[in-house]
Design a protein around this ligand. Structure first.
Ligand code: ACO
Length: 330
């Protein structure tokens, strides 16, 4: 079965409560109809109920199985504001400020999750990554033992000889502009867990650079080499190697030549980029010029799954991301 079908089947069995924070957005409403019809999750739309129902009726979209919550008038606002003040007491957040912030669905959604009223959230069809992530980072925070939230893409290729059955995992393509050594090591380890839990991969992780095993000398190379050492120490059971160039990571002959004896070189299925610039540009090159389907960004490391859509997303991107979010909430 294809990866997305496997994910959808799992989501269907889990029946998680997923908040769609941009409840009056048209693609989101069209996705809601499909999600309900395919029984992939319980859907909670945030926004003005009358506005949402009017748009759905005008566009002939059936959303009758979705719950609609108005962040401006919901009865739980006082309770959520209390949770916010508690979470941000060292930042001086007042109760009235919290109530004001709760008018924004991008804050209300994470608070529903924090309170146990929802299992995951999706937004980003009309909001920037930063605006989606900031309240999530502030209130849902990271999972125990993790300090860095990052984002992966599952790159799906028609050519099944690439990666594992045509799947490669790229990180961090979405969040940390310039991770330090410790953060890069953590991103590698978290990505391995995501690759395993979502795509059932046995991760072989290449820590990418413009150098392979000391072939170039530069501070940027040292960063990746040190992060590799740290990740190997922190997760001795994982197959992690670096620093290495992309060709050494993916091409078996180049891998043997440049990194002899490496268990990862030439066979990598997880690529950890040294920073967000390379990663974000890298996944888009592979998507646009290489023809791969890019599923993501799937955010990882958060205490509950919150995922960010691209503003250019399609209806099926939203459907897929809800299914992924539901499986992450397991
Ligand atoms: N992991 C965990 N916590 C984090 C992270 C992280 N990666 N980044 C920030 N935080 C925490 C901060 O410590 C802070 O906590 P505090 O308020 O309790 O002290 C809180 O989150 C907010 O952080 P700020 O520094 O106030 O917010 P910032 O403006 O730095 O926003 C953000 C963080 C939004 C993630 C920022 O780093 C960012 O914009 N990253 C790039 C996102 C992006 O544009 N990606 C590319 C597009 S996505 C795509 O193309 C697929």
């Amino acid at each position: 079965m294809e990866l997305l079908e496997q994910i959808k089947e799992k989501a269907r069995s889990l029946q998680k409560r997923i908040v769609l924070a941009e409840g009056s957005e048209l693609r989101t409403l069209r996705a809601t109809e499909i999600l309900l019809r395919e029984n992939l999750a319980k859907i909670i739309l945030l926004g003005d109920p009358q506005e949402i129902k009017d748009i759905a009726a005008k566009e002939n979209i059936s959303i009758s199985g979705a719950e609609i919550i108005n962040p401006r008038s919901d009865e739980k606002r006082e309770y959520y504001a209390g949770l916010m003040v508690e979470a941000r007491k060292n930042k001086g957040l007042t109760h009235s400020d919290a109530l004001e912030l709760l008018n924004d669905p991008l804050t209300f959604g994470p608070l529903m999750i924090k309170a146990g009223d929802a299992d995951g959230e999706i937004a980003g069809a009309i909001n920037s990554t930063g605006d989606v992530l900031r309240p999530a980072l502030q209130y849902v925070k990271t999972m125990p033992g993790v300090s860095v939230v990052s984002g992966v893409f599952f790159m799906l290729f028609q050519n099944k000889s690439i990666g594992d059955q045509g799947i490669l995992v790229f990180a961090d393509c979405a969040v940390m502009p310039d991770p330090n050594e410790q953060q890069l090591a953590e991103i590698a380890i978290t990505t391995a867990k995501t690759a395993k839990s979502i795509a059932n991969l046995e991760p072989r992780i290449a820590m990418l650079s413009f150098s392979t095993k000391g072939s170039a000398q530069h501070l940027l190379v040292n960063k990746v080499a040190n992060a590799t050492k740290l990740a190997q120490e922190l997760a001795p059971d994982l197959m992690i190697d670096g620093e290495m160039q992309l060709d050494a990571a993916l091409d078996i002959d180049v891998g043997k030549l440049k990194a002899p004896g490496s268990k990862v070189a030439g066979r990598a299925n997880v690529l950890v980029f040294p920073g967000l610039e390379a990663a974000n540009i890298g996944y888009k090159l592979v998507q646009r010029l290489g023809g791969a389907e890019a599923i993501g960004p799937v955010l990882q490391g958060m205490a509950a799954p919150i995922n960010d859509l691209s503003r250019g997303c399609s209806v099926s991107d939203i459907v897929n991301m809800v299914a992924i979010t539901a499986t992450q909430a397991e």
